[in-house]
Unconditional design. Structure first.
Length: 261
């Protein structure tokens, strides 16, 4: 029986997934790890992403988790098979659930995907979308500056965020997309900005889609409903970042840890 679920991300973006999981599954204990010392992962080589992801999972296993949720689009698109071959616990990523949701929602058959450079380069969302519907037109755009903006606590209504998001989303002009996958778990923080820039386009949140899909796997999960939070580094803007990511979370409750503990 699953009693403790580990959730990890390259930084604090995975809190968007954790929030969805906690709402859907209130009973199991959860352990969150944000590798804030090495964020972002999106510009790293596949070998480095594998190594970072392996160390993240090893940390969670030391905390005695029974299952792992990879709350990171970059790791999910590059390292999921690697992790599943290496570790003997259920490991879930965020790619297929979001693709399944987008394929079901689109009416025009044209889906946009935004993600880190590594995620887009991997082609994971495109492959998953076309497994759902071969006829889909998929337009992808790497957005390497969004994760650093989020991790530096740049608020969604900040003009800088609007300019950067507008620059990236201009790639979808005239493409007839009606559905956009926010292919990095940091991106739902800027959901309002995306909605302003792409009016009428349905935005797919990977964490929300995953939480719905995990119902059969986690429906019998039990525990005390506790959540532990760990990061590998406190940045200068850490308290403000936590406020932006989850206003109900007390930054002082988050422990700083090394990945060898």
């Amino acid at each position: 029986m699953i009693e403790r679920i580990g959730v990890f991300d390259s930084g604090m973006g995975g809190l968007t997934v954790l929030r969805q999981l906690r709402a859907a599954f209130p009973r199991p204990d959860m352990v969150y790890l944000g590798d804030t010392a090495r964020v972002p992962y999106g510009g790293r080589s596949p070998e480095t992403i594998n190594r970072y992801a392996r160390e993240d999972v090893e940390f969670l296993l030391h905390r005695r988790v029974d299952a792992v949720v990879v709350a990171c689009g970059t790791v999910s698109s590059n390292s999921l098979d690697y992790l599943r071959q290496r570790f003997d616990v259920p490991i879930f990523g965020v790619i297929d659930s979001a693709a399944r949701r987008a394929a079901a929602l689109t009416k025009t058959g044209s889906v946009g995907v935004i993600g880190t450079a590594a995620t887009i380069r991997s082609g994971a969302f495109e492959r998953s979308l076309r497994r759902e519907r071969e006829d889909l037109q998929v337009i992808s755009r790497a957005c390497p500056l969004i994760v650093p903006l989020v991790e530096n606590a740049v608020a969604p209504d900040d003009p800088v965020a609007g300019i950067i998001c507008g620059r990236y989303l201009s790639a979808f002009a005239g493409k007839d997309i009606d559905t956009l996958i926010m292919g990095c778990t940091h991106y739902p923080v800027y959901r309002a900005a995306f909605a302003r820039l792409l009016p009428g386009v349905t935005l797919v949140d990977p964490g929300e889609a995953l939480a719905q899909d995990l119902g059969p796997a986690f429906s019998g999960a039990a525990g005390e409903g506790r959540t532990e939070y760990f990061v590998t580094e406190h940045s200068a803007a850490f308290t403000e970042l936590v406020r932006v990511m989850d206003p109900e979370l007390d930054a002082d409750s988050i422990q700083v840890t090394g990945l060898d503990t």
